[in-house]
Design a protein around this ligand. Structure first.
Ligand SMILES: [Zn+2]
Length: 382
């Protein structure tokens, strides 16, 4: 005898009593069947319920001929026990699943596209439609879906007879054997679906499409409903406030202010790079003329230090080492065109308590020696 599906008639039932009809080992726990249950199994893109059964925790619920409650403890066959589903999880799923039916009903009616993939995860809800929708179309659909939510239309489930079914224009992802459960959103959608739903569209609260990307010739949408949508709104409000405050602007002008800020940063970065290279070029002329040594101490780092090292080396035809003073010694940027590049870098590191390396002609790292020792070593060895 298969389990009576209490959630079919009452999706708000959180507690119930039932008799254990079987219990067998299953992966790391046990698979328990009951004569009746409020635990809805996984299916149609939606995870199964979790909760409590007697003194066991139900980690997940699946359907395999019968409804299997996957528990962490063995339960005694024949025992009558109390069950309680994790209502927060169930409510989240009911709000999002009903929201999906409202949106898919509108999409199918207006564009003829079908929901060909639905994933109702704990963190992420996605819907795949087999046709492309533009941002403007999605904005309009979102407004209409929220209007349907405000209209508080009834959502009902039933098992129509084959005769009744043949007259119903219902959505269905696949052909199903046996009695078909039909979920109706009054005037909006008719769909074959086994999942628990909210009783009226108002309980969905709010529906927001948060992302759209092109996927397999259609689109994949991300959607949030109810409390999750409110939390998402709060996060986005915090983000917007943070950015507009930093840019000393208001939300309406935020995008233009952000674009102007990025353009200013890009221009400043470009100008900074140009000035550093110009400074490096001028310094290299001065060093090449004045210095008999190839060791140069400078504030320049990064690309500017590399440019300085290369420029001095090219003017003097010698290896050049640019040093930046740091707490423990000197960071170095070396330019060396000699065949013995690798040996020179290693020997300098060994003699000057250094580390680092690179690819010819550039090496970089740090020496923990005095400036006098570094100068002497390079005069004698490079
Ligand atoms: Zn459904």
């Amino acid at each position: 005898m298969s389990t009576v599906r209490l959630f079919d008639d009452n999706s708000y039932l959180t507690e119930f009593t039932a008799t254990v009809t079987s219990c067998r080992p299953w992966e790391n726990g046990f698979a328990v069947t009951l004569d009746r249950t409020a635990f809805c199994p996984e299916g149609g893109g939606q995870k199964g319920d979790s909760g409590i059964l007697g003194d066991a925790t139900v980690i997940h619920t699946v359907e395999d001929d019968d409804i299997l409650h996957l528990t962490d403890r063995r339960l005694v066959v024949g025992q009558t026990i109390k069950g309680r589903i994790d209502w927060d999880r169930r409510w989240y799923r009911m709000q999002h699943h009903s929201g999906e039916h409202v949106l898919s009903g509108l999409v199918t009616a207006q564009y003829g596209f079908h929901n060909v993939g639905f994933h109702l995860g704990d963190e992420l809800v996605t819907i795949d439609y087999d046709g492309v929708l533009s941002r403007e179309q999605l904005d309009a659909l979102e407004c209409e879906a929220n209007a349907v939510i405000c209209q508080n239309r009834a959502i009902t489930a039933s098992y129509p007879s084959p005769e009744e079914l043949s007259t119903l224009p219902y959505r269905s992802k696949k052909e199903i054997d046996g009695a078909l459960r039909i979920v109706v959103v009054e005037g909006i959608d008719i769909c074959a679906c086994c999942a628990p739903h909210v009783g009226h569209t108002g309980e969905i609260g709010i529906l927001k499409i948060t992302d759209m990307k092109h996927y397999k010739g259609g689109v994949r949408l991300q959607m949030v409903c109810g409390n999750t949508a409110v939390r998402d709104y709060q996060q986005k409000q915090a983000l917007t406030s943070h950015i507009t405050t930093a840019l000393s602007t208001v939300q309406e002008k935020g995008i233009a202010a952000f674009d102007a800020h990025i353009a200013a940063v890009d221009a400043a970065t470009y100008e900074n790079d140009r000035l550093l290279l110009a400074v490096a070029e001028e310094l290299s002329a001065a060093y090449a003329a004045a210095e008999t040594t190839c060791v140069v101490v400078s504030a320049l780092t990064g690309d500017a230090a590399r440019h300085l090292a290369r420029s001095v080396a090219e003017r003097t035809h010698r290896t050049c080492v640019v040093l930046n003073a740091v707490d423990s010694g000197y960071r170095y940027t070396m330019y060396c065109e000699h065949d013995n590049f690798t040996e020179l870098v290693k020997a300098a590191n060994a003699a000057l308590q250094g580390k680092g390396g690179g690819r010819p002609p550039f090496a970089s790292g740090a020496y923990q020696s005095t400036l006098g020792d570094i100068r002497r070593w390079f005069i004698e060895n490079s």
